[in-house]
Design a protein around this ligand. Structure first.
Ligand SMILES: NC(=O)c1ccc[n+]([C@@H]2O[C@H](COP(=O)([O-])OP(=O)(O)OC[C@H]3O[C@@H](n4cnc5c(N)ncnc54)[C@H](OP(=O)(O)O)[C@@H]3O)[C@@H](O)[C@H]2O)c1
Length: 257
């Protein structure tokens, strides 16, 4: 087997869904992966699966709530002390909550912005000081194609992911010359416990292991944005160019139940 591109990787939101698939794919490639999420049992179960299986890599649980900035910093320090310097960090923890007009309240905005945006900011703040001194490291932020433009019932989720996209673009510029590589990951629909809750048909739905391979291929290539599946992304990027007078009726027609 060829030498893996990364030796030690940290993934947040790694107990299920896309994060779990990424951790398993990296273990398949022989990497040591620090896996974080809130649920200790889920992380232990996943680590045990790899321990007792044929994969050459290793998963090590570091339970963590990413909305706690001190806990993120402490986890980063512990991982580096126990596993060695992290060379890839994938900030993936996130959630979705549709907002219906009848239930409109600030609560889903507070929780999704805290998790999806501040959770990522806390991860960046944890790695940045050490990586800047070291002048290396690859940082990947998982946003979503849902951040490209406004979509029905996605006022909270879409706003959080649009904020992340803008955050990543700005950070990419600020990091120039620092030696740190920044990637923005914008997946389309992936079958996970998160999307299993969606009551509507999801176009171009991918399996998590397929998504994980696409993400890792993109991270190896090193371009800024990793967005997939390609045909869905092209459609969405074309929609991004439409003026509002065309965008709103078209999206209404496509998404009407
Ligand atoms: N699935 C899709 O179609 C899709 C599309 C575009 C973007 N995305 C993005 O991809 C990421 C992963 O999505 P997914 O579908 O794999 O979701 P998922 O199946 O619901 O998994 C979410 C992961 O995040 C963890 N998590 C949630 N809150 C956390 C917190 N406060 N601190 C630490 N970890 C936390 C969860 O574990 P615990 O609950 O144990 O903490 C779990 O491991 C999200 O950012 C999502 O927005 C998903």
């Amino acid at each position: 087997m060829p030498r893996p591109r990364w030796s030690t990787v940290w993934i947040t939101g790694a107990s299920r869904g896309i994060g779990e698939a990424l951790a398993l794919e990296l273990a398949r490639r022989g990497c040591t992966v620090a896996i974080s999420a809130r649920s200790v049992e889920d992380l232990e179960r996943l680590a045990q699966t790899v321990r007792s299986g044929p994969l050459p890599g290793r998963l090590q649980p570091y339970p963590l709530d990413v909305t706690d900035s001190d806990a993120c910093e402490a986890a980063f320090r512990r991982i580096e002390a126990e596993l060695g310097p992290i060379d890839l960090c994938i900030l993936n923890a996130g959630s979705h909550q549709p907002v219906e007009l009848d239930d409109f309240s600030p609560l889903p905005f507070e929780s999704l912005l805290r998790l999806n945006v501040l959770g990522v900011v806390n991860g960046v703040a944890a790695v940045l000081p050490v990586w800047r001194r070291r002048r290396c490291g690859q940082l990947a932020i998982v946003a979503s194609v849902a951040g490209y433009r406004g979509l029905p019932t996605a006022t909270a989720y879409g706003a959080s992911k649009a904020a992340l996209i803008n955050f990543a673009e700005a950070l990419r510029l600020d990091l120039e010359g620092s030696g740190i590589v920044l990637n923005l990951i914008n997946p389309g629909f992936v079958r996970t416990p998160l999307t299993d809750r969606n009551p509507f048909p999801m176009p171009f739905l991918l399996e998590p292991d397929d998504a994980a391979r696409r993400i890792l291929r993109g991270l190896e290539r090193g371009g800024f944005e990793i967005a997939f599946p390609r045909r869905f992304v092209i459609w969405l990027k074309l929609l991004r160019l439409l003026p509002y007078r065309l965008y709103f009726p078209l999206v209404r027609r496509i998404t009407r139940p």
